[in-house]
Design a protein around this ligand. Structure first.
Ligand SMILES: [Cu+2]
Length: 153
């Protein structure tokens, strides 16, 4: 799959910095989409940092409650060593590949390991589930900030 960080940056700034605290992946943020794949699948993500200004990254992590999110994700926070390399900085407009095997069923995050981005909402849900036949994306309509429509590239 393809994941673009800061896909909505232009829209963010067009609103007079209203949502500069919400950085997105493909237009989604703070877990308002969950990507699900069958257990054992090989997952290959073509990651693009779509931002014009800011460095971002992508890392598979465990689930965090908002109150326990680390200020910055570290290498050891990556499940299955799945992170774009170097872990904290894919430069604006650069691309990176992320390949891993979804080896254990459970709930995870796809999160940005840049500075405070996890706490700021730069993460989406990722679930590995037994018995699934194909990958599924579930949009949680109730979890959008009303003024911020989801991006759907
Ligand atoms: Cu980020």
């Amino acid at each position: 799959m393809e994941i673009v960080a800061d896909w909505n940056q232009v829209a963010r700034f067009a609103k007079g910095n209203v949502r500069t605290d919400i950085i997105d992946f493909n237009g989604y943020y703070s877990g308002n989409i969950t990507l699900m794949v069958p257990t054992g699948w090989s997952v290959r993500i073509a990651f693009t940092n779509g931002s014009a200004n800011f460095r971002h990254s992508l890392m598979v992590t465990r689930v965090y409650a908002q109150s326990e999110m680390p200020v910055t994700l570290q290498l050891e926070d990556a499940m299955w060593s799945a992170y774009t390399d170097p872990p904290e900085r894919i430069h604006p407009k650069e691309r990176a590949q992320l390949s891993f095997v979804a080896q254990q069923a459970g709930s995870y995050f796809l999160a940005c390991a840049r500075q405070t981005h996890l706490m700021d909402g730069h993460w989406i849900g990722f679930e590995v589930r037994d018995g699934l036949e194909q990958a599924v994306a579930i949009i949680h309509e109730g979890r959008f900030v009303p003024s911020d429509l989801p991006g759907r590239p």
